[in-house]
Design a protein around this ligand. Structure first.
Ligand code: HEC
Length: 284
């Protein structure tokens, strides 16, 4: 009897399937523990114009985000993997060359003068968003012991534990905006009761060395035709816009890649049609 049951079991679940199932469970658990880090509260999911298969960056939003970066974040952070020319590329903030040149020129770079003395020069389009500090030691010293991290890949570098059920769902419906959700949560997660403004419920350990950077009505957004600011001038909106900008900065080629993806899908569809047609006619 038991031998019969064993045989029936083996017939229903051949060993390859069992091995495969075991591998999937192992992979799921291993990846989950590998990515899980001690974190604060779980950042809530946001809606982003660029999420999903056909998502796209909102040019006006990227420009506002750049404005926040320039007026606030650049005082401490660098984006040393992004060059100023990228600001003019299609699919990004799409500045004119002149606008991008003006931003580049507002940064100062070290050089050597004709007589061999150390000198300074204004930035050019091929330069990158450098750190405002002379060196990492100074960055650390002026920020109470923690240097402000480079922000180019911040939205890709940070994540959080999304729980096992979410993790399994992510295997089937990929979700790529975790890092953006995290950065937005950090920027808006400060406790206003803390006089030092460093308590942040989304920060691992509950505190950051960066004091709350954004406040309502701090920046003036461009006006629309009716003379109103084109987006609300609130902490939440500033955070949303600068996070969108940082997400673009981490992957400026996204729009181009997405377009290529659609071409490839179209091409494959045409060839699938041709293949089916040949099969159909050959059989006749
Ligand atoms: C006064 C300097 C200063 C300004 C201005 C500033 N930051 Fe920071 N930022 C820091 C420092 C210092 C850290 C490192 C904090 C830590 O690890 O505890 C940091 C960390 C961060 C982090 C990483 C948090 C993490 O998970 O480790 C992000 C994201 C960030 N800043 C975004 C921004 C953005 C966006 C702006 C502009 C709106 C901004 N910062 C303005 C100093 C600053």
């Amino acid at each position: 009897m038991t031998a019969q049951i064993r045989r029936a079991f083996r017939r229903t679940f051949p060993r390859t399937w069992l091995t495969l199932a075991g591998f999937v469970v192992w992979l799921a658990t291993a990846t989950m523990y590998a990515t899980a880090a001690p974190t604060g509260d779980i950042p809530p999911r946001q809606t982003w114009s660029f999420s999903g298969l056909n998502g796209a960056y909102d040019k006006a939003q990227l420009r506002r985000g750049l404005q926040i970066y320039e007026q606030k974040c650049r005082a401490c952070h660098s984006m040393k993997h992004l060059d100023f020319r990228a600001l003019t590329r299609p699919g990004g903030p799409e500045l004119t060359l002149k606008e991008a040149q003006e931003i580049a020129a507002s940064y100062e770079f070290s050089t050597v003068s004709d007589d061999g003395e150390p000198a300074k020069r204004a930035g050019r389009l091929s330069d990158h968003f450098i750190s405002p500090y002379a060196n990492p030691e100074q960055a650390k010293y002026l920020n109470l012991g923690v240097a402000p991290p480079d922000l180019t890949y911040m939205t890709l570098a940070r994540s959080y534990d999304r729980s096992f059920t979410q993790f399994v769902r992510d295997l089937f419906i990929p979700y790529a905006e975790q890092g953006s959700d995290y950065v937005y949560a950090i920027l808006t997660g400060y406790d206003d009761q803390d006089p030092a403004l460093t308590t942040n419920r989304y920060a691992p350990g509950g505190k950051l060395n960066m004091a709350k950077p954004l406040f309502d009505d701090e920046f003036e957004y461009p006006k629309n035709a009716a003379g109103e600011p084109e987006a609300p001038q609130t902490e939440a909106q500033y955070a949303k816009d600068v996070t969108a900008f940082l997400t673009w900065a981490a992957d400026p080629d996204r729009a181009a890649r997405q377009r290529t993806g659609w071409y490839v899908l179209g091409y494959l569809t045409v060839f699938l049609g041709l293949l089916l047609a040949t099969m159909h006619y050959r059989r006749k």
